[in-house]
Ligand binder design. Structure first.
Ligand code: ZN
Length: 263
């Protein structure tokens, strides 16, 4: 596992060196690329068919969040291990031949640490982090390890075709509450101008320290913690080449619908 990751990183570095040789002045920022599959607006409109394998996704990152074919649960990846938190609340290991309709990953390397304290809910945490982020015009991966007085998460059951809109699928979500739980928050911060592509602002998932439970974070409380921030100015997208994506209408503004789903 670790050996494979190193190999792919070495290959990545070699490709980068080759690019540098051909393009003098180019900068290698392979590790600072946020890679996403499909778009949030497609997912919101029920484009739930998995179109990208986790084997392939793992070659773009060791850290991130997303979902699964038919919207079967919440994905959390950290330290190179990928987990599927299903609607039963249990975190299962992800197999490489499974597929995702929407995910965002990167190779996590902290550029900055932000101390947060006495954040009694999601919005207090958000504003404490936002005060310290260097800019609102770029993408970040965020990681918070610690013991949390309270974390509220959700997961969604696999959907049947014809797929409903995401807003209807989340009406059947399972909600889990954890108290004094040790674990890791794995998240992404996307700028406002990326609306339609990703979730503007914070999108956080959670996994317990024993890697047995977690989900998409709806609320949380933090007494004292350090937020590790990976600045990811590179942004890459893999769009589906088959299926519902080709015909879905992506011209509308779905921001108010998205806000209702996220928290
Ligand atoms: Zn989520």
């Amino acid at each position: 596992m670790i050996k494979m990751k190193r190999q792919s990183m070495i290959i990545g570095s070699l490709l980068c060196l080759a690019a540098l040789a051909m393009l003098p002045g180019a900068v290698c920022t392979d590790d600072d690329v946020l890679f996403q599959v499909s778009t949030i607006d497609a997912l919101m409109q029920g484009v739930f068919d998995g179109i990208y394998s986790f084997d392939d996704l793992k070659s773009h990152g060791d850290f991130g969040i997303g979902t699964f074919d038919s919207l079967d649960g919440e994905m959390v990846a950290l330290d190179g291990d990928y987990y599927q938190v299903k609607a039963d609340g249990v975190a299962y290991p992800v197999l490489g031949n499974m597929t995702t309709p929407f995910s965002t990953v990167t190779y996590f390397e902290a550029d900055q640490s932000i101390a947060v304290q006495n954040a009694s809910n999601y919005s207090m945490l958000s504003s404490q982090i936002s005060e310290k982020l260097p800019s609102i015009n770029t993408f970040y991966a965020l990681r918070i390890d610690g013991t949390f007085p309270y974390v509220k998460t959700r997961s969604v059951p696999a959907q049947e075709k014809p797929y409903p809109r995401l807003a209807n699928a989340t009406k059947n979500q399972s909600v889990f509450e954890f108290t004094n739980v040790t674990g890791t928050v794995v998240g992404v911060w996307a700028p406002e101008f990326s609306k339609g592509l990703n979730v503007p602002g914070y999108h956080l998932h959670f996994i317990t320290a024993d890697r047995k439970a977690g989900g998409h974070i709806l609320d949380l409380k933090i007494d004292r913690a350090t937020v590790k921030v990976d600045i990811t100015p590179g942004f890459a997208m893999q769009l589906p080449t088959t299926g519902d994506f080709y015909n879905v209408d992506l011209s509308q503004d779905l921001q108010s619908e998205l806000k209702k789903i996220e928290n």
